[in-house]
Design a protein around this ligand. Sequence first.
Ligand code: KG4
Ligand code: ZN
Length: 352
Amino acid sequence: MKILGIETSCDETSAAIVEETGDAAKPWVIRSNVIASQVPIHREWGGVVPELASRQHIRDICGVVEHALEEARARWDDLGAVAVTQGPGLVGSLLVGVSFAKAAAVAAGLPLVAVHHLAGHVESLVLQNGELPLPAVVLVVSGGHTSLYLIQRPGRYELLSRTRDDAAGEAYDKVAKLLGLGYPGGPVIDRLAQGGNDRAIQLPTTRLTHADRNAPELKGDLDFSFSGLKTAVLRHVRARAASGVAFSDQEVADICATFQRIVVTALIDRLFDAARRYQAKSIGIAGGVSANSRLRAELLEKGARREIPTFLPSLQLATDNAAMIAAAGLRKFRAGVTAPLDLNADAALPLG
Ligand code: KG4
Ligand code: ZN
């Protein structure tokens, strides 16, 4: 069976066709994965402008879906279902995908499947590598989320911890902005950090040990926090601006390298702590920040040292795309779950 996936939760309009293989170990294959990025539109404003994003999704969605069908050499008749990101994300953006998917499902007489965006990121690992040995601990780390999940059964995602404040990708984007490096910040900081000294300046690490009053169901000691680090970079930049001497390129690279070391260390440490605590048989990192070169290298290196299999998406499957939504949709469809046609977008949809 082939499924059409649609993703419009933030600033990428994406449509994909994913097909089942019949192989239980590697259940899905990508037939097409078309992504229209809005980055050039939002770059001018230094971040995603929600109203501009939803308007651009409306302009792009029909063409992107047609392109995905063409590239997969598929017709509407060849499809078995339509999967769409229901949330979380920007509500205006989500509504474009959800409305399109509902209309397409009615017009083509296909079942509709509602997908959680982070379930999509987790399933990008399976799409890329095949089924993960379970139990698995997976970190989803993006511009909007930094969340650790325990997966004991396929399609069941138990939240272990999350960030108390900024997401890691958000911290990258904010730090890049205050260093004048543009949007999105992750790729440029990643590149500049490679020429910097990661011990050049003093920046704080945050290790939480106490439970969060807002989430008493979580232990709290695997939680993340990045706003203190971002504020420390801000203070460093302000102090320098007050002295009237601009940073040299080397100094900017040093700040990037130090910031990146601290973020990556926090992510890797918490991930491996969780893996030990839950006796995981595999570990994965997904989401936009999983494209980070240092994070990828440290995951592979530490996984090899601990003799635990590690999983990453390809760079294209790391950032937002519809193939991962189609894959998560197939998993849900095969579990017998479809959505009613009065499905609504949910900007704060919980997972699990
Ligand atoms: O998953 P994604 O495409 O969208 C969300 O669901 O948020 O993630 C986008 C985030 C942005 O914050 C971006 O700066 C970050 O991923 N990112 C990176 C890298 N590439 C993208 N962060 C660190 N290093 C990278 N190489
Ligand atoms: Zn995402």
